[in-house]
Each structure stands twice: as C-alpha cells, then as structure tokens.
Design a protein around this ligand. Structure first.
Ligand SMILES: C[S@@+](CC[C@H](N)C(=O)[O-])C[C@H]1O[C@@H](n2cnc3c(N)ncnc32)[C@H](O)[C@@H]1O
Length: 237
C-alpha cells in the first residue's frame, strides 16, 4: 500500500463527512439496490441465541443497526463512527424508524474501541474495515470486546473471480463508478478513493487467515453477487 493511501485511510472519516448528504442515495444508485440484500445477510447469520448485544463499527448512516433490529434475537445495537455528518443522518433515520429504544449511534473510533473486554455478543462492520489503517490490529480489538461464543461479521467489497464478470465489473468500478460518484456527490475524488481502497484490500482467504491469527475459530467467508462483496464470519472460543 502506498503511504499516501495509508494516510488517507487514517482520515477517511473526513471524506465521509463531506459526502454524508448524498451517501445513502449513491449507495442505492451505484449498487443498483443490491446493498440492501447484502446487509440482510447479517441477520441471516446471527448466532442462535436471544437478547444479543451488538456493536456496529464504522456504522455510517446506521443501515446495519436498522437491519439488525429487524431480528427478534437482537436486544440492543450501538453503532459508532468518526464522521459526525454520517452519524447525524443515521440518528434521524433511527428516530424515523422509531427504534431509539434499541439503537444508539455515537461518535467513536472503530480502531480503538472503548467497549470493555467481553462485553458484546456480536460485532459487525459493513464496508468499513478497508478504511481502517491496520485491519489485523482491528480484528484483535474486536476479539477483545466479544464475549466468549460471540461472533464477528464483516461485509467488505471483493473482486469477482470469473474472468468475464471481472472484466465487466472492473470497467464499471474503475471508470463509471468514480465518474458518476464524484459528479453526483460533488466531490473531487471520494469515489476514486473507494475504488483504490477496494483494490488494495486483502480480501478472501488472506482476510480469513488474519481472522484466524486474531483468535477467531471457524473463520469463513461467503461470496455475494459473484464475489463483488464478501461476508466474513468468525466466532470467539
Ligand atoms: C463506506 S462507509 C460504510 C458505512 C456503513 N457501515 C454502511 O454500510 O453503509 C465507511 C464508514 O467508515 C467510517 N470510518 C472510517 N474510519 C473509521 C474509524 N477509524 N472509526 C469509525 N468509523 C470510521 C466512515 O466515517 C464511514 O462512515
């Protein structure tokens, strides 16, 4: 990774602050709505327990907490993000959904967790960990805050394996998406950054090997939509 990209990752929340107003709309538009189907995978893979306490890192505008509370197994969700702009929009969505009793959104650093050791049942991150400067350290932090038997679920972009899908997708991802994203968000390069961080990310088997190194057992991943996105799951012993 170039040191410039590493530097940008440390402060990526500032970029999200600048595009917060158009973030949700562009998510739906640029993923053709498939992001809704991807986030639903979190509730399809919950541990078989009741009264689960969840922590969602890099929560953005709160889409993952709002999906999680659709499951009766979830008791409460705390979502943290460093971008005030994203969190403020998320708070409004929580009020609109009337879920204030179950969801709390706060400003917080997903790389340095304030949560106590062994205090939550689930940690989720969707499309956030590739922005964290040291994902291996973050995985160790997540392991620390999970209760024994707790589960981490991480959704992140990948790169399709099929040559044909890869060729079509890469044209879209490297050219069309940055052009349309930067134009509609009125930002010089927010969606170019998206493209750079995705291509830089250690997806697939490399990432699951990092999960195992951090202590997670049964670390696996499911490819979603030809591997454009992956859901990584691991359990704490
Ligand atoms: C692509 S958005 C994903 C938001 C949301 N999880 C979703 O699925 O739509 C990435 C988010 O990561 C946040 N972020 C980046 N670095 C962070 C950090 N160190 N701690 C907490 N949030 C961070 C950004 O502010 C941004 O809201």
């Amino acid at each position: 990774m170039t040191s410039a990209l590493q530097g940008r990752k440390k402060e990526s929340w500032k970029l999200f602050d600048e595009i917060a107003g158009t973030y949700d709309l562009l998510n739906k538009l640029l993923s053709c709505g498939v992001d809704i189907y991807w986030r639903r995978k979190f509730i399809q893979n919950l541990p078989i327990k009741q009264n689960l306490l969840a922590l969602d890192l890099a929560t953005g505008t709160g889409d993952v907490p709002l999906v999680l509370v659709k499951s009766k197994r979830i008791s409460k969700v705390t979502g943290i993000d460093l971008s005030r702009g994203m969190v403020e929009i998320g708070k409004k969505k929580v009020v609109k959904a009337n879920k204030q009793d179950q969801i709390t959104l706060e400003i917080g650093d997903g790389c340095n967790l304030e949560a106590a050791d062994e205090s939550v049942d689930i940690v989720t991150i969707s499309f956030g960990i590739r922005n964290f400067p040291d994902p291996q350290r973050s995985l160790r932090e997540i392991y620390r805050v999970l209760k024994p038997g707790g589960r981490v679920m991480i959704m992140e972009f990948g790169v399709p394996k099929s040559k044909i899908v890869n060729a079509v997708y890469m044209f879209y991802f490297r050219h069309l998406l940055p052009f349309v994203g930067n134009l509609l968000s009125n930002h010089s390069d927010a969606y170019t950054y998206l493209n750079e961080t995705v291509e830089d990310f250690a997806y697939g088997a490399v990432f699951t090997s990092w999960m195992k190194e951090a202590g997670f057992k049964n670390a696996t991943f499911q490819e979603l939509t030809f591997g454009i996105s992956n859901l990584y799951i691991g359990d704490k012993k």
